[in-house]
Write a protein that binds this ligand. Sequence first.
Ligand SMILES: Cc1ncc(COP(=O)(O)O)c(C=O)c1O
Length: 290
Amino acid sequence: MPRVAYVNGRYIEHRRAAVHVEDRGYQFADGVYEVIHLYRGRLIDEAPHLDRLDRSLGELGIAWPVSRAALALAMRELVRRNRYATALLYIQVTRGVAPRDHKFPTDTRSALVMTVRPISEFPAEMRDEGIKVITIDDLRWARCDIKTVALLPNVLGKQAAAESGAYEAWMCDTDGFVTEGTSSNAWIVTADGTLVTRPAGPDILRGITRQAIIRIAGDMGLTFEERKFSREEALEAREAFLSNSSHFVTPVTSIDDTVIANGNPGSLSTALHGRYTEFMDSAPLALSRG
Ligand SMILES: Cc1ncc(COP(=O)(O)O)c(C=O)c1O
């Protein structure tokens, strides 16, 4: 079974799938995207992801390429054709193909590409041992709340992390407060057990997993504060973790080579990981059986 991609209405063998050289996503990073976790046949938090896509498109004045209902059908058809139980579904919308000119084109249809990338199930060692993080300056623009394909600072940050033997880079603003990871939101637990993450504003992406964790933390009766925290506070934290759609809640056990607490994943991070997994298990299947 070859892997299949969706390109502007057509289902194409992945290795042959391509977009035009004058696609504005390629020329100007003039596009947005979403990543939805297909977890054991379930599309996790599909509606909030499509709501965020709608918002990203709206903020940049890019039209929906197809209706939301048509997109949901095409997503399912792509999932059906690829036959993976666990994968990441990428949805990318650009302002379309037009002769190179910075201004918006007038008669151009938005372009839609979707791919499905199989992934292995969450590695137990990441949950049981945690991961390393480095900190770097946040070099991004002032609208990080829009999920654009312009990811160059994130790419450089992730590469710096990899070269330091770390999994993620936490970006810090000019005052030394952590904004978020290059592909994740950042969290700490303070000495008194308060769960802390940066408020959703233009300086971070409002993670869909972040929203789910806030809801779960409420259900668990945890004390939660949405406020900025500095790199120094993170180094002293009782626990640290990151969240995103592919790695849900991943404990962070070292930051810039400083071991966090006793170096083991914290109990709250582990509990939230477990609750989030239960939440995923309870999501409806993307395709009806049979
Ligand atoms: C910069 C950034 N922040 C946060 C997140 C987490 O978002 P979500 O939980 O919706 O995956 C991502 C996800 O890729 C991201 O790229």
